[in-house]
Write a protein that binds this ligand. Structure first.
Ligand code: HEC
Ligand code: HEC
Ligand code: HEC
Ligand code: HEC
Ligand code: HEC
Length: 486
């Protein structure tokens, strides 16, 4: 069992600012941690977000893409202090595992070979922007059906079938070899982009977000006695040989969702019915689902002028993007020549992390961010705005949940009603790991984040890691077992 003391110590060190890096740091990545997809060093260095924001942001002209992204947790995935605390533990548990974490939490650093040593000590301050624009706009479908991504030798990220099915999850990405920027519309040259614009339907797919929103542990998948599968799951093909060649490893022979289960936002959502519902069929949804996040996403989609479909007439489903990147009628670029687009996806990308922005800003103000300190006033403003948007997300999610059709709801709500998960709540594992040992006087009171579910009075649903004890905010007034969360 994971040592709670270690977790608590990591959290304490973090809070006191004494975090000095871990003594665990592999210089090469063990094959147990490696996965297919484009490998470090295989594509040219990625352009950084501040290069994109030269054109893709200017509030005076109503261009907000980069500002919005800057308020999302993805833009701070490698500033996030809980990330660093947990990564230190991961490295202690399995030397070299930090490479896995860095692959998703700091995309350019991983691609540019700075994920070794695996404790992140080679990262530079420019790597603090987490999940970056260029990485996301270089991603292709790993099944190769649209654009070929760079994948060599054993590292082809699909099952080799006919047609091949891509390995989606665990950060396994296949990037373009060119510096074209891929997006759904392949905007024509009327606004003179300085870069190629490549049409990509993958960017509208839930599979796209699934690349990182199913987290599997390849070491557990290969080496653990049950390959880290759920009860009753089909067997996993794995060599089970520590340090064995990649070709035999679980990550090279199975779909990520099938082994080393850590987190399943994407698979859970994909197994529900909402993902197959067209926005234009909103009227057919049960009455109690016509509210909250679903209603808001549908109203935004109508802006594109096609009864919910995309402005180019393509079907729009209730995808991750439909809710988290709602369309707006705005310019995508600040150039005077750039037209207003009827269906420019906002880069809101907030979930429920409403307190972490304030925590990051606080750590920055006291000079204790592990990476990316010295944030500009623009960045701090973006962060604060993202925190407010996340609070709104939680508010609209709750209205969804007062429903007998709960399993249709977005994201974690499906996970939350899983009885096994509720059972684990009784022991409150994360609560004890990351909260129990943070002193009450610290600025961080890490707690469960729990949406109120009126229909299930008496049960508090576990959401993600935690929430910030900020005056005036109460996320849940229900009780679960002996725990009262307020
Ligand atoms: C997590 C991945 C991700 C990140 C990070 C990201 N984008 Fe996007 N972006 C997308 C997706 C997905 C779409 C298409 C969404 C849709 O159509 O619903 C998109 C759409 C766009 C579009 C419109 C393209 C079109 O054809 O509609 C532009 C322009 C754009 N992004 C620029 C940026 C810039 C600039 C940044 C950084 C400041 C950025 N993106 C960061 C995923 C990302
Ligand atoms: C496949 C991509 C991926 C990998 C690999 C990955 N993460 Fe994450 N991580 C995510 C995503 C996506 C989230 C957001 C989850 C959510 O909110 O539902 C996340 C969230 C987290 C959070 C919660 C942060 C917060 O502020 O709430 C922590 C902590 C974390 N990851 C630590 C790690 C560690 C440690 C590793 C390596 C052992 C790791 N992650 C590997 C994608 C990944
Ligand atoms: C010098 C200005 C400029 C810079 C710098 C720039 N872009 Fe663009 N970009 C544009 C213009 C102009 C368009 C076309 C917008 C339109 O037609 O509405 C565009 C379009 C796009 C699109 C849509 C492409 C498609 O196929 O749909 C994406 C995605 C994009 N840019 C991403 C990026 C990213 C990521 C960066 C940084 C790595 C970046 N851009 C840097 C000006 C720029
Ligand atoms: C119907 C709208 C809707 C759809 C579709 C949707 N989401 Fe969400 N998502 C939300 C709302 C609202 C929240 C905030 C409330 C919450 O956390 O449940 C959220 C929260 C999140 C979070 C933060 C959860 C956490 O525990 O921190 C992540 C990550 C996320 N969504 C990713 C996704 C991905 C990936 C998909 C597609 C597989 C998706 N969402 C589909 C509305 C949606
Ligand atoms: C390259 C990997 C990657 C891709 C691709 C990706 N994400 Fe994320 N996402 C992350 C990581 C890592 C985090 C966690 C950041 C943290 O909290 O430290 C995250 C966090 C989020 C959150 C955050 C929520 C919160 O407030 O807790 C939302 C919402 C989200 N992602 C939505 C999406 C959507 C929608 C897509 C597809 C358009 C997508 N992501 C694609 C890696 C990715």
């Amino acid at each position: 069992m994971r040592s709670r003391v270690a977790a608590g110590v990591a959290a304490l060190l973090l809070v006191t600012g004494a975090f000095a890096g871990s003594s665990h740091a592999a210089l090469t990545v063990p094959t147990d941690i490696q996965q297919p997809g484009t490998q470090p060093g295989e594509v040219a260095p990625l352009e950084r977000p501040d290069q994109c924001s030269n054109c893709h942001a200017d509030s005076n002209k109503g261009v907000e893409l980069a500002n919005e992204w800057g308020g999302s947790m993805m833009a701070h995935a490698s500033r996030d202090p809980i990330f660093w605390a947990t990564m230190a533990i991961a490295e202690q548990d399995f030397d070299g595992s930090g490479d896995l974490c860095l692959r998703c939490h700091t995309t350019a650093a991983w691609m540019e070979e700075r994920s070794t040593p695996t404790d992140g000590s080679a990262l530079t301050s420019a790597d603090a922007d987490g999940v970056e624009c260029h990485f996301c706009h270089a991603m292709t479908n790993p099944d190769g059906s649209e654009h070929p991504g760079v994948m060599n030798g054993d590292f082809v990220a699909s099952d080799g079938g006919n047609p091949p099915k891509g390995y989606l999850g665990s950060g396994i990405a296949a990037l373009l070899a060119t510096d074209d920027k891929a997006g759904p519309y392949a905007y024509p040259s009327d606004a003179n982009p300085p870069h190629g614009a490549l049409g990509s339907s993958f960017h509208r797919s839930v599979d796209y977000c699934g690349t990182c929103h199913d987290v599997s542990n390849p070491a557990v998948g290969d080496l653990a006695h049950n390959n880290g599968t759920l009860d009753g799951a089909p067997p996993v093909v794995a060599s089970g040989a520590p340090g064995g060649p990649v070709a035999g490893k679980a990550a090279f022979n199975n779909f990520p969702h099938s082994y080393g289960v850590v987190e399943r936002t994407f698979s859970e959502y994909k197994s529900g019915a909402l993902v197959e519902t067209l926005v234009s069929d909103y009227g057919t949804l049960p009455a109690d689902l016509k509210a909250g996040a679903i209603l808001e996403a549908r109203n935004a989609a109508l802006l594109a002028g096609q009864n919910g479909d995309y402005a180019d007439g393509t079907d729009r489903y209730f995808s991750c993007q439909t809710c988290h990147m709602q369309p707006a009628n705005v310019k995508g670029c600040k150039h005077n020549s750039a037209p207003v687009r009827p269906d420019m996806p906002t880069h809101d990308l907030t979930g429920g992390s409403y307190w972490m922005p304030a925590a990051i800003a606080y750590l920055d103000s006291v000079g204790k961010l592990r990476l990316g300190g010295g944030m500009t006033s623009d960045q701090l403003g973006q962060l604060a705005a993202g925190g407010v948007r996340a609070e709104h997300q939680l508010e609209i999610a709750a209205s969804l949940s007062d429903s007998a059709s709960l399993a249709l709801g977005p994201c974690r709500i499906a996970l939350a009603i899983d009885p096994l998960f509720l059972a684990s709540l009784q022991g409150g594992p994360l609560f004890q790991n990351y909260a129990g040992q943070v002193p009450a006087s610290s600025p961080f009171r890490v707690r469960l984040r729990v949406p109120a579910i009126p229909a299930l009075t008496g049960i508090c649903l576990f959401h993600a890691a935690a929430f910030f004890n900020r005056a005036g905010i109460t996320c849940c007034t229900n009780t679960a077992g002996t725990m009262v969360v307020r």
